[in-house]
Design a protein around this ligand. Sequence first.
Ligand SMILES: Nc1ncnc2c1ncn2[C@@H]1O[C@H](COP(=O)(O)OP(=O)(O)OP(=O)(O)O)[C@@H](O)[C@H]1O
Length: 341
Amino acid sequence: MIELEGLTKRYGEKLAVNNLTFTVRPGMVTGFLGPNGAGKSTTMRMMLGLDRPTAGDVRIDGRHYDHLKDPLRYIGALLDAKAMHGGRSAFNHLLCLAQSNGIPSRRVAEVLDTVGLTAVARKKAKGFSLGMGQRLGIAGALLGDPRILMFDEPVNGLDPEGIHWIRNLMKSLAAQGRTVFVSSHLMSEMALTADHLVVIGQGRLLADTSMADFIERNSRSYIRIRSPQRERLLDVLHEEGVTVIESGSGALEVDGGKAEQIGELAAQHQIVLHELSPQQASLEEAFMQLTAGAVEYHAHADTPLDAPYETPYGTPFENRYETPFETPPQRQHWGEDWKRR
Ligand SMILES: Nc1ncnc2c1ncn2[C@@H]1O[C@H](COP(=O)(O)OP(=O)(O)OP(=O)(O)O)[C@@H](O)[C@H]1O
């Protein structure tokens, strides 16, 4: 378990991490999300005792990192895959780590096998590709067989097979009851891997919740319906008091309804349906909705002001709220500007 309490880091004028309090629990993969510059790496560095907090506290299984004897046996981390002695072979790099942390040297061959680097174990790390470097960094994290694992952007540079491998590795580590904390900008990957999410923006906590709850709270879910008898269906739904949104593509959308009820209603009135599908926004859409006001670095150049790029939830990367941390609008307001019957 990793516990943060009021964790704060200031670099001069810059408040990089602002009063973060949350707990990373065992037995699940916790995703750590935030726009560029949100403070994720700084937070992870403080967890590992690499940066001293300006205020607040981090405890690893109840103890400060500095007080852990042989810390690699408690917490393994991949922060910067390039942070290794390039002149050493993969085997020797891991052997040095093992020897300085009281870890039996037989673990070196075991973790090299786990990450698929046995064949290149004697090759110098400086000749490794980005993906091989990531695998070696992950081997280092696994070396002490720790109960807690932390990965900063672990899929960087990995090919699809490598991404699939690390997804399964993280899930299996969590299934063994370990604490797995992982940051990534790849939302589709995070959606497949994480059970729980911690989201920060401009150093502050924006969400600490399950993946399902995060998407539910920060996006719109609705039923999409297509029918060749659209006008009749509209009349029937209207008579039943169901609020329908007519989307531009000819489909109808019902917020908060149940597909079964709409299907049965259509059947009762002998209305043919070509589509009846529950729609849920992706993690990426939910993330952009939540963090829209907390994005530090905006891209303006290729988005002309008179032709904004719209999503059903608004314009991404637009500061839509007065302050970064103002509560996002309630769901019933979304789609308000769409044509309602
Ligand atoms: N050593 C430092 N000195 C001054 N400012 C720093 C330092 N390290 C980080 N910062 C600033 O603190 C803020 C948080 O940076 P951090 O790298 O933790 O963000 P991040 O969420 O990991 O970003 P990214 O997703 O881009 O990796 C940024 O504004 C960054 O410029």
